[in-house]
Write a protein that binds this ligand. Structure first.
Ligand code: SF4
Length: 184
């Protein structure tokens, strides 16, 4: 069967009816950067771990009601070496911080971090010496999801915002410089 060359502007948009589906093979032109970013956002594998109550909502997002597998993310990886996305779901104690940082360091590049919930974002209700006042003291956070806890829909919104950042080629998050605490 002969292949056609189709300009991106001429790619037909299927309307759902049978007549709009020609079945003709074609060639689509795209920048390699766009293809790589599309592949990255369509196959993110999160690290399997949770720190506190927010992790329950994080687990819910993988259940059939919310069904994160629609975005190619249905597999939690138990090894950081097979994961490229970290949800920090819960408060991070200073005792736990080096462990979280080590997990992050062992993850594949490129990798991203979503701070889920108020505790991960800014310490939340735990305004004391034992809890990091934001996990961005030790990790570069790409997206913050507010709430105590955030609903699963809010986490999904954060994931989609991260996808948009990656597709737009926006820079990764930064570690916040503080007067105390761990530095990355
Ligand atoms: S933000 Fe609220 S629900 Fe989440 S870990 Fe902190 S106290 Fe728990």
């Amino acid at each position: 069967m002969d292949a056609q060359i189709i300009k991106p502007s001429n790619i037909p948009v299927a309307t759902g009816d049978a007549a709009s589906k020609t079945g003709q093979p074609g060639v689509v032109f795209a920048k390699i950067d766009d293809v790589v970013r599309w592949a990255r956002t369509s196959s993110m594998w999160p690290l399997l771990f949770g720190l506190a109550c927010c992790a329950i909502e994080m687990m819910a997002v993988y259940m059939p009601r919310f069904d994160l597998s629609r975005f190619g993310m249905e597999v939690y990886r138990a090894s950081p070496r097979q994961a490229d996305l970290m949800f920090v779901a819960g408060r991070v104690s200073r005792k736990m911080a080096p462990v979280v940082r080590q997990l992050y360091d062992q993850m594949l590049e490129p990798k991203w971090v979503i701070a889920m919930g108020d505790c991960a974002a800014c310490g939340g209700i735990y305004n004391n010496y034992a809890i990091l006042q934001g996990v961005d003291e030790i990790l570069p956070v790409d997206v913050y999801v507010a709430g105590c806890p955030p609903r699963p829909e809010a986490l999904m919104d954060g994931i989609l915002k991260l996808h948009a950042k990656i597709k737009n080629g926006e820079p990764k998050g930064q570690i916040r410089i503080t007067d105390f605490g761990l530095r990355g």
